[in-house]
Write a protein that binds this ligand. Structure first.
Ligand code: SF4
Length: 723
């Protein structure tokens, strides 16, 4: 008998509502849930692949133990007790012998979509007390979080474009038509962009590639990768020089305006145009338009963050919004009011963030949010001495494919004394593990969107029970983390963060639901509303989700800075401007630089084992502008060698004027051709990994974020093999 379940797609940040139809153990249909208040029936092609993920014969369902090493390694299934015993004994022993920092953790991007990992996982990993915590944050949004910490006092207080009410959307280094928003949960961005233009608004895209989003906007400007900070400084220069600065309601809370004005003096559009590739008059017009449009917003995303000057550029995105009176205003960059709200906890002794409170052992890269930049992970494993990483826990991550110089990390992982992966697949990273502990899949666990409601374009709350019950012999990731905490730290160890005041037995029984319940009742729509306040019980009666209304002005109340001030000119950024100026002055025409690209049917490294998502023309191609192709003797469809200091790959060339001259683009997440993985579909559509070319030494010196965009590369035609 067919049964329907309202749920959420947790494959990306958009978190679209879905209706899953099942018959027995089978998923027979997945479609968009028209009742979901945020997605209103929209889904992208990836949602239906949740069924493939659920039924995937390659998905691990029992713990796996590796026997032997190298090419002679074999795997055998084991029971949970045997696997936990082994992991507990090895991690405990290494920690006792070599100290806390000998254990490292890498958490991948799917953590953000998994409330069990966001609560119990964080609790366990941080309780280990190691400095060697790493995550996908440092190959992604770290600079945006740093700007929030330095300017608003909380690393998670992230401004979100009020896309449904803005009249001017200036989008830099993002492809929301494909991503459906990032740090901007916005399902159906194509529909939202159409609506913006239909109401007379304008959308402008600034990107080195004419992306899918470019087809949805009024104007697309090519910009040279890594130069967004220069463009933004020029915009600020024009705002000041033409007397267009208007801070508005928050003027009494904003400091540093003069210092920012002085900082921008050196960057008139005429000076930066040669490097950015954007004409001075275009910059002037854009500054005027931003200043004169009542509802406008500048939004920068991954291309702005993952580059040599991601820190400065992310700061300046916020600064432009403040200077044009578009911060915390309707149609501008606004803040959410999530039903479970962690932000006020920072004012009650909770955690609001940290930066540079310590540095990495080998290269001295700064800590952020209690984590070190992942660009330094391989050398921290390789370099002997106190604090050397000897054991690694990976959770929902594949850093061999997703972090810079994956080839080096691939080799370094073999040098570990022990590795355990909490992961449902035997992939390019987990093949190095001694033990793989596979958690339940997305349809086998309940869901409440804890994190992404912090960055959604509309306030809402939704709880979804699991579509399929957890099998007797399966474990949720939060259960795995709880058990590991007990094994490694001792059964009486309290988890430092999250649900730290309850015993392991109580936590096992309550699960994440207890946290949702407490969070909802304590939140802004909970007990304070007395009658009809939000609770888990209420959400269970509304499986489609509850709409909590549009974003509302939240400042200055929500600020966590001293005196509730927003500093427009933090010294960390001002001190880094010399480095930017040096780069501008040393820029040389003729450099060929690399950028990544996101694709609609792909999500980082982890959706390539679904036949329906990878079929068709090979998509892992190197986009090359016709002029660069001609200069380098490259032919459309033929193989080229893409290389850097870090390494090289052979990849088919796609000649296209959708990429600007001097830039080549390779999508990220591919490269499934390594031996020993168990991904039958992905292996036959392997592609190559961009991170076999990206250099781990190229980072934003300020933040330690990997500078994945804008690295200098060489491209040559592949010489036919000598016979
Ligand atoms: S955009 Fe696609 S992958 Fe993302 S949540 Fe929606 S349906 Fe899922």
């Amino acid at each position: 008998m067919a049964v329907t379940h309202q749920h959420s797609c947790t494959l990306c940040e958009a978190t679209c509502g879905i209706v899953v139809t099942t018959e027995g153990d089978n998923v027979v249909d997945i479609r968009g849930d028209e009742q979901d208040p945020t997605s209103q029936g929209y889904i992208c092609p990836k949602a239906t692949a949740l069924a493939d993920l659920h039924h995937d014969p390659d998905r691990l369902r029992r713990p796996m133990l590796r026997e032997g090493s190298g090419s002679g390694a074999t795997w055998r299934e084991a029971g949970w007790t045997e696997a936990f015993d082994l992991v507990g004994e090895r991690l405990r022993g290494i920690r006792a012998q070599h100290g806390k920092d000998a254990l490292a953790v890498y958490q991948g991007n799917p953590t953000a979509h998994n409330p069990g990992l966001m609560t119990f996982g964080q609790g366990f990993f941080r309780s280990l007390g190691t400095r060697n915590l790493f995550s996908a944050t440092s190959v992604d949004q770290l600079p945006q979080m740093l700007a929030s910490l330095l300017m608003f006092g909380h690393q998670a207080l992230l401004p979100v474009p009020d896309i449904d009410r803005t009249d001017l959307f200036v989008c830099i280094g993002a492809n929301p038509a494909v991503s459906n928003g990032s740090i901007m949960t916005a399902p159906n961005m194509r529909g939202r962009l159409k609506a913006l233009r239909a109401r007379g608004g304008r959308a402008v895209l600034i990107d080195p590639r004419r992306t899918e989003t470019a087809g949805m906007v009024d104007e697309h400007l090519f910009i040279r990768p890594g130069t967004d900070a220069l463009l933004l400084l020029s915009l600020i220069n024009v705002l000041f020089s033409e007397g267009l600065v208007r801070v508005g309601r928050l003027a009494g809370n904003v400091i540093g305006v003069h210092a920012l004005k002085v900082a921008a003096l050196d960057y008139p559009p005429e000076r930066t145009t040669g490097v950015t590739g954007i004409a001075p008059e275009t910059v002037v017009n854009l500054a005027r338009e931003l200043a004169r449009t009542e509802r406008a917003v500048v939004y920068g995303r991954v291309g702005v963050c993952t580059q040599e000057f991601g820190g400065i550029a992310s700061w300046l995105v916020v600064a432009v919004n403040v200077l044009t009176d578009h911060l915390d205003e309707v149609g501008g960059a606004m803040f959410t009011t999530p039903a479970i709200d962690p932000i006020p906890l920072a004012g009650m002794g909770g955690y609001g963030g940290s930066f540079d409170s310590y540095r990495s052992r080998v290269r001295g890269l700064p800590e952020f949010g209690g984590e070190l930049p992942v660009a330094t992970l391989a050398e921290e494993i390789e370099a002997p001495g106190p604090g050397q990483i000897r054991a690694l826990i990976t959770s929902a991550g594949n850093p061999v494919l997703s972090t810079p110089n994956g080839t080096r990390l691939d080799r370094a992982l073999d040098k570990l004394d022990f590795m355990v992966a909490i992961d449902p697949y035997l992939n390019e990273t987990t093949r190095h593990a001694d033990v793989i502990l596979p958690p339940t899949g997305p349809l086998e666990r309940s869901h409440y969107e804890l994190l992404l409601t912090l960055v959604a374009v509309r306030n809402s709350a939704k709880y979804s029970p699991a579509v399929f019950p957890r099998g007797e012999d399966q474990r949720h990731d939060w259960e795995i983390c709880l058990e590991l905490a007990s094994r490694v730290l001792g059964p009486d160890q309290k988890l430092l963060r999250g649900p730290g005041w309850l015993s392991k037995a109580a936590l096992s029984k309550l699960g994440p639901e207890a946290i949702f319940e407490v969070g909802l009742r304590a939140g802004p729509y909970g007990v304070r509303k007395l009658i009809g306040g939000l609770s888990l019980g209420k959400l269970k009666k509304h499986p489609e989700g509850v709409d909590l209304g549009p974003l509302e002005p939240r400042l200055p109340g929500r600020l966590h800075t001293r005196g509730k001030r927003i500093n427009l000119a933090p010294s960390e950024y001002l001190d880094d401007l010399d480095r930017l100026r040096g780069r501008m002055d040393s820029w040389a025409p003729g450099e060929l630089v690399l950028i990544g690209r996101r694709q609609l049917r792909s999500n980082n490294s982890w959706m390539h084992n679904s036949e329906r998502l990878v079929k068709g023309k090979p998509r892992c191609t190197l986009l090359v502008h016709p002029a660069d192709a001609e200069r380098n003797g490259l032919i459309d469809g033929e193989l080229a060698v893409l290389s850097s200091r870090a390494g090289s790959v052979e990849v088919p060339v796609e000649v296209s004027d959708a990429i600007m001259p001097g830039v080549v683009s390779l999508p990220h997440g591919w490269g499934h051709g390594r031996p020993g993985v168990r991904l039958r579909v992905a292996s036959t559509h392997a592609g190559v990994s961009i991170n076999d070319v990206t250099d781990e030494n190229c980072v934003d010196d300020l933040t330690g974020t990997a500078a994945l965009s804008g690295q200098r590369v060489r491209v040559t035609a592949l010489e036919p093999a000598a016979v």
